[in-house]
Design a protein around this ligand. Structure first.
Ligand SMILES: C[S@@+](CC[C@H](N)C(=O)[O-])C[C@H]1O[C@@H](n2cnc3c(N)ncnc32)[C@H](O)[C@@H]1O
Length: 347
């Protein structure tokens, strides 16, 4: 149980010293050649690569001669996978080693600037991960690349959002995509549901770029609006889509985000959250269970946030406003996320 830390340390060396790129995709390289390219000693290179081989990263096809495996080759061929590894080994891994320090220094904190990440990067990122990203273009580009890669995973495809809710029953509603980034989810829904219009809200720099690159066919139906999710919702009487928003925030902040929307809601309004709904142990395969538990603790690591069970989602919306109720939770087949429909009861 202790040894997997060596796996990640090895991955960090592979990333930092670009060991995958030091091995040509055709033909491979000797340890001496890789050492020369990377500036590491031949012994260190072979120790690291031979340990990586135990995870099927690289293969020695003859003594001291390294070739790629499918896993090592993907690090060279797929920039999103490279960014994903980079984000994990450079930001998440050192932060994960600071859990207990964060827990002791800031017991049960819900503040992003008291997360294990903020403890690990206290000099560079005293205000937490998101502020660090906005101040560091290299890290930001890597994180966006990683997120783009994650978005291509089968369980996170946008068609699950379409399948998980009866969007066609909304008539000609306006859907406000709160924290909708560059509008990729709205665009995916707009393609399938021609009656719906969309307002995508996010930080000013994000929505400005997105408006400029929006395909002409959607110009009439999708608009972009700079909006801070911690300020009152300016678009009234709509359907409010929030995909992967609250899992970035602890309860304290998620409640604030929801409370900004409630005053804008009318009797037909809904909040549609697309999020992970955690099941109790024993309901899923071992690998799914492991993935969910890892993700929950990863959210703690970086943001002092969490993944939530159905009960925790219900308590969260009720804490934001006792009139808010979860009307339905649908998990489309093959989807990692569920679609949580929240309504405002009028009684
Ligand atoms: C995890 S991403 C989800 C993006 C999109 N909803 C999706 O499903 O791909 C979180 C989004 O929230 C936005 N965000 C974070 N804090 C915000 C704030 N205070 N105001 C507006 N948007 C914010 C980020 O810019 C980012 O686009």
């Amino acid at each position: 149980m202790i040894w997997p830390m060596i796996d990640v340390s090895v991955l960090q060396v592979i990333y930092r010293f670009k060991l995958a790129q030091a091995v040509p995709l055709d033909g491979g390289a000797t340890y001496a050649q890789i050492a020369e390219k990377t500036g590491l000693s031949e012994h260190r290179v072979s120790s690291v690569i031979r340990q990586a081989m135990t995870n099927q990263i690289f293969h020695e096809d003859s003594l001291n001669h390294v070739v790629h495996t499918a896993i090592s080759a993907i690090l060279v061929k797929d920039p999103a996978m490279w960014d994903w590894v980079g984000y994990f080994v450079e930001e998440a891994y050192p932060s994960s080693a600071r859990w207990t320090e964060a827990m002791l220094r800031y017991p049960n904190s819900q503040e992003p600037n008291e997360s294990p990440f903020a403890v690990a990067f206290s000099d560079a990122a005293p205000e937490g991960f998101f502020k660090y990203l906005s101040d560091n273009k290299v890290t930001q580009a890597r994180f966006f690349g990683a997120m783009k890669g994650v978005g291509t995973a089968p369980g996170l495809q946008y068609h699950h959002v379409a399948n998980g809710y009866a969007w066609d029953r909304l008539g000609s509603a306006t859907v406000v995509d709160v924290g909708g980034s560059t509008g990729h989810v709205s665009i995916a829904l707009a393609k399938i549901f021609p009656n719906l219009n969309f307002v995508v809200q996010d930080f000013p720099h994000t929505v400005q770029q997105a408006q400029e690159s929006l395909p002409a066919e959607f110009q009439e139906r999708i608009s972009f609006m700079p909006h801070d999710i911690f300020r009152p919702q300016p678009v009234r009487g709509s359907v409010y889509l929030m995909r992967h928003i609250c899992h970035d925030w602890s309860d304290k902040y998620s409640i604030k985000i929801l409370q900004q929307i409630v005053p804008a809601m009318d009797a037909d309004s809904k909040i549609i959250m697309v999020e992970h709904v955690v099941l109790p142990p024993g309901h899923r395969s071992f690998l799914e269970e492991k993935q969910t538990r890892n993700l929950d603790l990863h959210m703690f690591t970086m943001l002092n946030s969490q993944e939530r069970s159905a009960d925790e989602w219900a308590r969260l919306v009720a804490a934001a406003d006792p009139r808010l109720k979860i009307a339905s939770i649908q998990k489309p087949p093959g989807s990692d996320d569920s679609v949580i429909e929240v309504v405002l009861s009028q009684s």
